[in-house]
Every structure is written in structure tokens, then in C-alpha cells.
Design a binder for this molecule. Structure first.
Ligand code: GDP
Length: 530
């Protein structure tokens, strides 16, 4: 490889950070996103994030949501520069449209920022999303938000994170008071206090008071400083000190306190991202590990978004670059299809007002227009037969049986569901008698699929409730066990879109009993795309 290119790749990779924000709805993900963009100088886009969210709030009607898709494509990935680093922030849908997309997006990041509402602590969605990060030991930075409100005790919050999420907390900043008496945070590593000043408008450097014993603290915050000093001493004694290796291994999370709406504590999170979060990492491509600095281009599709114009079946495949350099108009090898594909006019996601970016490197996301050639999990290379792994299907939590109003349209229904299943909009299972069962993680997925079947395939489908608790992918130890299982459990068996055997449990109890009955059969809650 040319020395100049090698050097360029090494530099570009080293300065990239690709992350997502995970949070329970209302914890402050949108606000933090906007503030991060503000600090990154991408103010224009900040408005877009808010617009998208309010549009979503205004209506749960899917067609209306659909109208926002133009916005939603551009704010799905937000790239901006901060102190010489290129930051890719991947949006993880977390509201009404919460679905499998969220999970898959997390396979394309190298780090995650977890936002916790300080009044509420760890909430249901936080737990789920963290479990997904766990699958790949993704490093997590924690931001405890809304300190300007009446909130819970910091020790109690950290204790909850440690016990519920099973991750060690290393406080980096410690709050001084809260609510109306929120005075700021003390930085444990820098030994200085950052003074809180409310205000949403623009980024301002926080006032700094050096040292914990500084009498200025006593003069300024006489009522709060005593408790703060005690708490910091106790935190130093009782909690883990920050250890980079532990963080990178996903075992420890550095914790920051702040108030996103007041721009307070946001800069510290950005600093942690560039100082500690990993640059694009080597990725498992099945046959071998691919290094981000390799000369040849490679990557995978982790999300598909259907375009606004249903007549053209135009889709955007969100593609994570894993190695080499993407350049506009280049040709790539579509490994699954076994043929070449020209990558012209892929969307890149520079949030700043700059010239359209003509190239991308490992860690970057590009949006590739296609008409269904690209599916979730597809790998593109410069010729090598790689297959990036790790994009999961999760056992659905909601099930519906698909039925037709017009039985003559069975063929269109099959075709439509197969294609929507391949696209990842929904999971499709075929039962013994050929009936189709749909599985989803978010209920909006059913609405979207019904609407798309109608508009794109001309099929009116009814989705009826199915008495299924969960699905598990089956791995048999041997042929004899498979035959026995299939004979005895025929009523509860199905195949997924790729033909893999699936067990449909009617209840948790049913699942447990069956697992006990067949101890050598594996019942998996996730499976990877091909
Ligand atoms: P998301 O649902 O996680 O994206 O949350 P949002 O960013 O939309 O925030 C939810 C609500 O909390 C909004 O009304 C915000 O204005 C508010 N909020 C966000 N950050 C803060 C904060 O630091 N302090 C206070 N008091 N409110 C906040």
C-alpha cells in the first residue's frame, strides 16, 4: 500500500468516534443530541432534531411520521467535527417508533452515551438498550441529566446503575446540590469545580474554581460545600476510580452529572468521547478480522429506510464503513449477490455547512440509494468474500397472524411480507400450514407493515392477535434429536425468513417446561443475519 494512503487512513481512523445515545423516553436524549451538535458547531442541524421530534409528538399517525422521513434520513446520522475529531452520532429511535432498528443501529457504533433522568434513575428502556450494548461489550459513558430539578441522591443513583445494569460506576464529576440549589459539579480527575449557570442559549465556558479545599467554594456555596466535600471523599473511597481498560471492556462506565437543557456537563461528555472512547475498531467479518486501517474498502448495511416515493421502491441502505476509503462513484463488490455495484451519490452526513463530502472512512456511515438490492446484514467489499457478523435479530415480543381480506391476493401478501421481512421492517415466520406469523418489537412496526402492504403491494391485510409469548431459534445437537423434536412439537414450530427452525412458546411456563424436556437443544433469543 502507498505510504501516503496508509498514513492518511491511520490519521482518519484515529480521529473518528462513532457513537449512539441510549435513553428511556424523556430522559433528555433529544436535548443532549442538540447540545452536542451545538458544541460541535452544527447549529443548523440542531433545529432539525427538535423539529423531527415535535412532528413525532404531534401525531402517531404513521403517514404523518412518513412525511417526516426526509428529515429523519438526515438526522439519522449526524457527523460533526470537534477539536480535530470527526464525530458520528447515530440516532437510535426510542419513542413510538421504537423497533428493531434501534437494536441494529447499536451494532454500528463503537461507544454509547447513556442518559439517565436523575429524578427517575434506571428505567425500562435503559435496561433493554444496555443489554443490547452488552452483546458487543460496547463501552458506555453515563450522563445523569436534569440536575437542575429535584432529583434522587447521587449515591443512590449510582448504586442503582451498578446493581440493575451490572456495570461499575466511576464518577468523573460530582454534583454540588440539586434543583434550585444546584451549584455545579466537582471534577474528580481535574480537581476543580465547574460552576453552574442556567441558560440555554449558547455554549459558554463554565466558570472554574480550582481545588476542593479552595475557600472560594466556602464563600460562594456555604450551605452546599460541606456535604459536597464529604460526598466526594466517600465517592473516592467507595467507588471505583476511572480505569480506561475497564471502560473499553464495557465493565465500567465513567459518570457525569449535568443539565443538558442548560448546556451544563455536555462539554465534559464530548471530551470523554474524544479522550477515552475508542476509534473505529477491528470487526469480525466471518473469515477474518478486518482492521479499520486496511487499504481496501469494506463495510455492512445495518439499517434500511424506505424512501418517500413508494412508486419507485427507492430505499436508502445505511452502511457502516469498516475499512479503507469510500469515494463517490467507486465500484464495490456485493458479496451476497456475487456482483459488482456502483456506489454513486451515496449520502454522507456532514452536519456542518461544508462542501459535500466525497469520501468516507472507517467509522463513517454512508446512505446508499438502491431498489431492494441491499438488505440488512449485507457486506460490500472490493472483491474479498467477507461477511460482517453481529447484526442481530431479536426474539420478537409481539405477534400477529397475517390474514387477507381478499384470499386471491395470497401471492402478493407472501411477496410483500417476504420483502418487508428481508428489509428488516418486521420478522416473518411461516407456520406448518403455510400461514404467516409476524413478530415485532414495537407495535408501530405492524402499522407500518400494514400501510406499506396496502400502498406498495396493493394488499389489504388483517393482523390478528396470536397467542404467543415469545420465539426461540432452535439449534439441535444431532439429527435424532431434531427428528424427535419436530415430531413431538410440530404444533409449535415455524421457520423464519431464512428457513431457520423456531419454537413458538405459548407462555413463559411453556418455554421453561420445553427447555427442560430437551436439555440438549439450544433455545436462542437472538440470531445473526446470515
Ligand atoms: P428524549 O425523549 O429522551 O429525547 O428527551 P428530551 O430531550 O425531549 O427531553 C424531555 C423533556 O425533558 C423535555 O421537556 C426537555 O426540555 C426536558 N429536559 C431535558 N434536559 C433537561 C434538563 O437538563 N433539565 C430540565 N429541567 N429539563 C430537561
Amino acid at each position: 500500500m502507498g505510504d501516503a494512503l496508509a498514513e492518511r487512513l491511520a490519521q482518519e481512523v484515529a480521529r473518528r468516534r462513532t457513537f449512539g445515545i441510549i435513553a428511556h423516553p424523556d430522559a433528555g436524549k433529544t436535548t443532549l443530541t442538540e447540545k452536542l451538535l451545538l458544541f460541535g458547531g452544527a447549529i443548523q442541524l440542531a433545529g432539525t432534531v427538535k423539529a423531527r421530534k415535535s412532528a413525532r409528538h404531534a401525531t402517531s399517525d404513521w403517514m404523518e411520521v412518513e412525511k417526516q422521513r426526509g428529515i429523519s434520513v438526515t438526522s439519522s446520522v449526524m457527523q460533526f467535527e470537534y477539536e480535530g475529531h470527526v464525530i458520528n452520532l447515530l440516532d437510535t429511535p426510542g419513542h413510538q417508533d421504537f423497533s428493531e432498528d434501534t437494536y441494529r443501529v447499536l451494532t454500528a457504533v463503537d461507544c454509547a452515551v447513556m442518559v439517565i433522568d436523575a429524578a427517575k434513575g434506571v428505567e425500562a428502556q435503559t435496561i433493554k438498550l444496555l443489554e443490547v450494548c452488552r452483546l458487543r461489550d460496547t463501552p458506555i459513558i453515563t450522563f445523569i441529566n436534569k440536575m437542575d430539578r429535584e432529583v434522587r441522591e447521587p449515591f443512590e443513583l449510582l448504586d442503582e446503575i451498578e446493581s440493575v445494569l451490572k456495570i461499575d460506576c466511576a464518577p468523573i464529576t460530582w454534583p454540588i446540590g440539586s434543583g434550585k440549589a444546584f451549584r455545579g459539579v466537582y471534577h474528580l480527575l481535574h480537581d476543580r469545580t465547574l460552576v453552574f449557570r442556567p441558560g440555554e442559549e449558547k455554549r459558554v465556558e463554565a466558570e472554574v474554581i480550582a481545588g476542593l479545599a479552595n475557600p472560594e467554594l466556602d464563600a460562594r456555596f456555604p450551605t452546599e460545600v460541606g456535604a459536597m466535600r464529604e460526598a466526594v471523599a466517600l465517592a473516592r473511597e467507595a467507588l471505583s476510580p476511572f480505569a480506561l481498560g475497564e471502560f473499553l471492556a464495557g465493565r465500567q462506565t465513567p459518570v457525569f452529572f449535568g443539565s443538558a437543557i442548560n448546556n451544563f456537563g455536555v462539554q465534559e461528555v464530548l471530551q470523554a468521547l474524544i479522550d477515552w472512547a475508542p476509534p473505529p475498531q477491528p470487526r469480525d467479518a466471518g473469515v477474518r478480522l478486518v482492521l479499520p486501517t486496511e487499504e481496501k474498502f469494506s463495510g455492512f448495511v445495518f439499517k434500511i429506510q424506505a424512501n418517500m416515493d413508494p412508486k419507485h421502491r427507492d430505499r436508502i441502505a445505511f452502511f457502516r464503513v469498516c475499512s479503507g476509503r469510500y469515494s463517490n462513484g467507486m465500484k464495490a463488490w456485493h458479496v451476497r449477490a456475487g456482483r459488482e455495484m456502483r456506489l454513486a451519490n451515496a449520502i454522507t452526513f456532514m452536519a456542518n455547512e461544508r462542501a459535500i463530502q466525497e469520501e468516507a472512512f472507517a467509522g463513517d456511515i454512508i446512505g446508499i440509494h438502491n431498489h431492494g438490492q441491499l438488505q440488512i446484514g449485507d457486506t460490500l467489499t472490493e472483491g474479498e468474500k467477507l461477511g460482517f457478523t453481529g447484526i442481530p435479530y431479536f426474539a420478537p415480543e409481539l405477534f400477529r397472524m397475517a390474514r387477507l381480506r381478499d384470499p386471491l391476493k395470497a401471492k402478493q401478501l407472501h411477496k410483500g411480507l417476504k420483502e418487508l421481512g428481508e428489509e428488516g421492517a418486521i420478522q416473518v415466520f411461516e407456520l406448518e400450514g403455510g400461514q404467516l406469523l409476524l413478530g415485532a418489537i414495537g407495535v408501530l412496526q405492524f402499522e407500518i407493515v400494514a400501510e406499506r402492504l396496502r400502498s406498495e403491494y396493493g394488499v389489504e391485510a388483517l393482523f390478528e392477535p396470536a397467542e404467543i409469548y415469545t420465539a426461540r431459534w432452535l439449534v439441535y445437537p444431532d439429527e435424532a434429536t431434531r427428528a424427535r423434536f419436530e415430531r413431538e412439537q410440530a404444533m409449535r414450530l415455524a421457520r423464519d425468513i431464512d428457513g431457520n427452525p423456531v419454537y413458538l412458546a405459548s407462555s413463559r411456563y411453556n418455554l421453561e417446561v420445553t427447555m427442560e424436556k430437551y436439555p440438549t437443544v439450544q433455545f436462542r433469543a437472538t440470531r445473526e443475519h446470515r
